[in-house]
Design a binder for this molecule. Structure first.
Ligand SMILES: Nc1nc2c(c(=O)[nH]1)N[C@H]1C(S)=C(S)[C@@H](COP(=O)(O)O)O[C@H]1N2
Ligand SMILES: [Mo]
Length: 305
């Protein structure tokens, strides 16, 4: 199945119109397109990250059922309400405790490192899980470019918040902009993916276009979307969900079947779209990505959740 088969119909029709139009008309059409259609990403290296025995989840689930509070709190809302989200031009400002602060335009970000497909398991704290073919490159490649100083111990991330395009804090029930953070060694880990695509194409708006993080061993909310700012800091930064509800959400938020959320057990998960009805599975520590265990040696993962 091609991604375009499940792109919202209006977008798809517009894209077909776009493709069949002449060059002059194309420019005019681009200006009037009501939304950003995804486009194919070229030169993507095939994956060496594919969880054994796992089927990739269908695009309609990955793009049609997710969280992006800036566009609504219902799981079907991001797909509908992010349609007109303006993701071009886009740049990310990188600074803080670094020798070489810089602002990178989207096109420059795409050239930092070869794009790879990475098929990762993805676990939401609410109990569902999916398997997603992301496209990106290790975040470490971007972070190395700015040369962190010896004081840099954590990395803070910030999403765009544009009240003209997004819902109010009152309607969302959380403060914006959405912020996240990682310890420097977590940010530099080879599994940490700066993500620009999904299913062979650029990211759909509802999945965090144009640039987001993906951290497969942590709960979904650590994978911050539509990033505009990255700051190296000395102290552990504030993160959205630990600020909004600290008993439920910690800074680390590593997938851990032993540490329950006050409202949801984390011991098991429902795999969506596997073709099996009620596909309930046991959740694995670090979502099965045991190669990250050495980052947390000596830590109490129940207390430091
Ligand atoms: N800016 C921002 N990023 C966000 C969220 C959000 O509301 N706003 N939701 C998070 C949560 S809870 C999850 S599970 C994932 C869901 O989107 P995905 O399926 O595309 O990863 O995005 C995460 N990133
Ligand atoms: Mo989530």
């Amino acid at each position: 199945m091609r991604y375009s088969d499940v792109t919202p119909k209006q977008v798809y029709l517009n894209r077909r119109r776009f493709l069949s139009a002449g060059a002059a008309a194309a420019a005019a059409l681009t200006a009037s397109l009501p939304s950003r259609a995804t486009t194919k990403l070229d030169g993507v290296q095939p994956t060496s990250y594919k969880p054994a025995g796992e089927a990739v989840t269908s695009p309609d689930i990955i793009t049609g059922y997710n969280n992006f509070y800036e566009f609504g709190t219902g799981k079907d809302e991001p797909a509908k309400r992010a349609r007109n989200f303006k993701t071009s031009p886009w740049s990310i400002q990188i600074g803080g405790e670094v020798m070489a602060p810089k602002t990178l335009e989207y096109d420059a970000i795409l050239k930092i490192a070869p794009l790879e497909e990475r098929i990762y398991r993805h676990r939401c704290v609410e109990g569902w899980s999916i398997v997603v073919p992301w496209i990106g490159f290790p975040l470490s490649a971007l972070l190395k470019q700015v040369q962190p100083t010896a004081k840099a111990k954590y990395v803070a991330f910030e999403s765009l918040y544009d009240r003209k395009q997004m819902i109010s804090e009152g309607a969302a029930g959380i403060r914006f902009p959405y912020v996240e953070g990682l310890r420097l060694d977590e940010a530099m880990h080879p599994l940490t993916l700066l993500t620009v695509g999904l299913y062979g194409e650029t990211l759909p708006n509802q999945n965090g276009a144009p640039v987001r993080l993906v951290l497969p061993w942590k709960y979904g909310f650590k994978s911050i979307k539509s990033i505009i700012k990255i700051t190296f800091v000395e102290k552990q930064p504030v993160t959205t969900w630990s600020r909004e509800w600290p008993e439920a959400y910690g800074f680390y938020s590593n997938v851990n079947p032993m540490r329950d959320h006050p409202r949801f057990s984390q011991a098991t998960e429902h795999r969506l779209g596997s073709g099996r009805l009620n596909d309930l599975r046991n959740t694995l520590l670090f979502n099965g990505y045991s190669e990250v265990a050495s980052l947390y040696t000596g830590m109490n993962l129940i207390r430091d959740y």
